[in-house]
Write a protein that binds this ligand. Structure first.
Ligand code: DP6
Length: 331
């Protein structure tokens, strides 16, 4: 009844923004991401009738309030589906600094899903695990089940059985692909993605335009990945990110995740591109900028970013493995 899983964080190249069904976490659009080699969560889960209560420890701190209920609501859903009565102990750690302002819920919920399914002996396929992870608070966790480049299919059915993630190519396919995570602010976001996207769907006049343009973005990113074409993948990902932020800005009340450092990096990347360096940016629901580029250009880009922008931290990473079981338990 005890298992430990490791799962990578992921960065979307075509973003998920908006749910057509909140309870089942069904997206309005498909998305494509890359799982990251150097940012991951390790989670140990144990179910036991000896435990008197549920306990959740995240990065050495006992979780309380919203953090605790977000995890336990998901475990309750699993307990309901599989008729489990036992209490649970969960200990989870990120290998990256928690205060780094990087989203950890995708890797966290992917690791939690895999560890729960193993601890309970559920014998689920990867597809079923990604469907279960999708139903956690963080839909993008469904993509973190797989390594390399991953597509989360929107699906059409109302019950969500066709909305799951699938690997496009594994982490070894495109060895030169790099992401430079530039941390410009370490604050936690005020509005969660779930709440932000709900407001966007309800109020942004641009939402239809977003949906209408997604299939083309997905098609171009898929083919760019297969051709290992950094210009195509980078330019489509950057434009897709800017479209998502246009939705955010046009939400009522507006969702403005950028800070001055975010714009510094954006302008610096554009300047580098004017000088013929193939680098592109993408930004999620926060201020930090992820730069997409090739291995050979990392050093030059890193030097310029450090010199020209107020960066607090930089992490260079590449496509990594998907979620997996390990024997090194956290308790
Ligand atoms: C902007 O609800 O899946 O990152 O914010 O980590 O809880 P968390 O995730 P989720 O929203 C992800 C929104 C996004 C775009 C994306 O990853 O596709």
């Amino acid at each position: 009844m005890k298992a430990t899983a490791i799962a990578p964080s992921n960065i979307a190249l075509v973003k998920y923004w908006g749910r057509r069904n909140d309870r089942l976490v069904l997206p309005y659009n498909g998305s494509i991401s890359v799982s990251l080699n150097d940012l991951f969560t390790r989670t140990t889960v144990e179910f036991s009738s000896d435990f008197k209560e549920d306990i959740v420890v995240i990065n050495g701190e006992v979780a309380e309030g919203e953090k605790f209920s977000r995890v336990i609501n998901f475990v309750n859903m699993i307990r309901d589906i599989y008729s489990i009565d036992d209490h649970v102990k969960i200990v989870s750690e990120n290998n990256f600094p928690t205060s780094a302002g990087l989203a950890s819920s995708a890797s966290g919920f992917a690791a939690l899903t895999l560890a729960c399914s193993k601890a309970l002996g559920l014998n689920l396929s990867d597809k079923e695990i990604s469907i279960l992870a999708r139903r956690s608070g963080s839909g993008s966790a469904s993509r973190s089940i797989f390594g390399g480049f991953v597509e989360w299919h929107r699906g059409n059915r109302d019950d969500g059985t066709d909305s799951y993630s699938e690997q496009i190519v594994d982490e070894k396919y495109w060895r030169d692909f790099r992401i430079i995570v530039s941390i410009v602010a370490k604050s936690e976001k005020k509005i969660s993605s779930a709440r932000g996207m709900k407001y966007t769907v309800e109020t942004s006049p641009f939402y239809k335009g977003w949906i209408d343009s997604i299939d083309n973005d997905l098609k171009r990113i898929r083919s760019g990945i297969l051709d290992r074409d950094i210009e195509l993948v980078g330019s489509v990902a950057e434009h897709n990110c800017l479209k998502m932020h246009s939705l955010m800005l046009s939400t009522v009340p507006p969702l403005i995740y950028w800070v001055p450092g975010t714009l510094q990096v954006i302008h610096t990347i554009h300047k580098l591109r004017d000088d013929d360096l193939a680098c592109y940016f993408t930004i999620d629901a926060g201020p930090n900028v992820k730069v997409i580029c090739s291995k050979n250009d990392v050093k030059e880009i890193e030097d310029v970013l450090t010199d020209k922008c107020s960066i607090e931290d930089i992490i260079v990473t590449k496509p990594g493995k998907g979620a997996r079981i390990t024997n090194s338990h956290l308790f």
